[in-house]
Design a binder for this molecule. Structure first.
Ligand SMILES: NC(=O)c1ccc[n+]([C@@H]2O[C@H](COP(=O)([O-])OP(=O)(O)OC[C@H]3O[C@@H](n4cnc5c(N)ncnc54)[C@H](O)[C@@H]3O)[C@@H](O)[C@H]2O)c1
Length: 387
């Protein structure tokens, strides 16, 4: 059979092969991919098995990606394919298969699926909320079109393997949009389906990608005669995340971690929101735990595809007090940026994560006290002492 002879190394070879055999290649990306995957489905079993099984992590060089990969490696998870436009942390680089590239590069994705069997995707690559407001169309391209391309790849791989690809997606508190402070005070702990009216491009992108994920899991090709094996999309909506090891950039919840890192460095900090601004937070080890626990949960236990997860809720003043307990000399003032304030004011004070707790046993390891006393303060202090 001709495919056995063809060198399936890159998409140009494949395109050539398809053309040779008079298979009409549409300019439309999906049609091309579909023909391609159909042909790949004809691969003999032994050649299918030759592809290396991998866990794909996109956004691998970011705050969460770095922490997630370190955790997976500590659990002896092998074959991590780390994709980012930047190189990953140098300590991790030698332990993963590293690809520096853009998730929007379809030719690159083609090459990856011709070389690897992707079992799980942790899709973390994104432009975060503040950056996305400055470049909304670029954010849409990366956050929505990039995600769509990966959902397509995961769908085709699911059908080709006959087993769903697990697609883990971090969503955000930014998908909520409360109209005013009175409503925010009234609806303090929002449920998953309440107030889904984001005010930012980032929030819109995340909410739409949640819906796309559900569509690809439940309804993809619903009118086709033969139903494909569909991917298994699962998502957590994170609150603001705080890491002891990386200084955040580009997020609208960054005032918390910025306050803490500035205090540890002995630098003054002017907080960009009002004292009374309250939103939910979680520390990085719990964010990684949530992603891994949701990925490991039994499908039959899950009553939804998108879950709130959170740990503690703090006002900016309370955050400052916690920082001052650890760094009494810290100079923290408040200089609200009215525009960024407007965004944070539309986010809820807290999220109800009962469904995650009930369905897959979600439970943060770090409450407020433990987050500061055992994770943030000691590790951040150490980080800046070393310099
Ligand atoms: N950090 C938070 O507080 C938070 C909260 C909720 C959700 N999230 C989500 O978690 C995910 C990871 O967030 P993070 O905090 O690690 O952000 P981050 O900015 O540290 O990491 C994102 C990574 O994506 C990469 N990236 C951006 N565009 C890319 C592209 N076109 N192709 C390949 N790589 C690209 C960046 O280089 C970066 O390394 C994002 O989807 C984010 O929306 C983060």
């Amino acid at each position: 059979m001709f495919l056995e002879k063809a060198e399936m190394n890159n998409s140009e070879d494949l395109q050539m092969t398809l053309m040779l055999y008079n298979i009409k290649i549409s300019n439309h990306h999906y049609d091309y991919n579909h023909s391609l995957r159909k042909l790949q489905g004809d691969y003999p079993e032994k050649e299918k098995n030759m592809r290396k099984k991998v866990i794909l992590v996109t956004g691998a060089a970011g705050e969460i990606g770095t922490a997630l990969i370190a955790k997976l490696l500590s659990q002896k998870v092998e074959n991590i394919l780390a994709l980012d436009i930047r190189p990953v942390d140098e300590k991790l680089g030698s332990q993963v298969i590293q690809v520096v590239g853009d998730i929007c590069d379809h030719a690159l994705l083609e090459r990856l699926i011709s070389e690897y069997e992707i079992e799980t995707i942790y899709h973390l690559a994104a432009l975060l909320s503040t950056r996305a407001e400055f470049t909304p169309e670029a954010a849409h391209r990366v956050n929505v079109e990039g995600t769509l391309g990966l959902l397509q790849v995961a769908s085709e791989q699911s059908d080709w393997r006959g087993v769903p690809v697990l697609f883990i997606f971090p969503s955000s508190v930014a998908i909520y949009g409360l109209p005013d402070l009175e409503t925010k005070a009234q609806f303090q702990k929002v449920r998953e389906w309440e107030w889904n009216y984001p005010r930012t491009m980032y929030g819109c992108n995340k909410l739409y990608c949640e819906l796309l994920g559900m569509y690809y899991s439940e309804y993809y090709r619903q009118l086709a005669v033969e139903q494909p094996v569909k991917l298994d999309f699962r998502s957590v909506r994170f609150p603001g995340l705080i890491s002891a090891y990386t200084v955040p950039s580009g997020g609208t919840s960054d005032f918390g971690p910025e306050m803490l890192h500035a205090a540890a460095k002995g630098q003054p900090y002017a907080c960009f929101v009002r004292e009374d601004t309250r939103i939910p937070f979680m520390v990085m080890p719990d964010a990684v735990k949530a992603l891994i626990d949701l990925a490991s949960a039994k499908a039959e236990k899950l009553s939804r595809r998108v879950y709130n997860v959170t740990s503690f809720s703090l006002s900016a003043t309370e955050f400052r007090e916690m920082v001052l307990k650890a760094f009494p000399q810290a100079e923290i003032t408040f200089k609200p940026d009215l525009k960024r304030q407007g965004i944070v004011d539309s986010w809820p004070e807290d999220m109800n994560d009962n469904d995650a707790r009930r369905d897959w046993g979600w439970q943060p390891d770090y409450d407020l006290e433990r987050s500061f006393n055992e994770y943030l303060v000691p590790n951040i202090s150490m980080r800046y002492l070393k310099r």
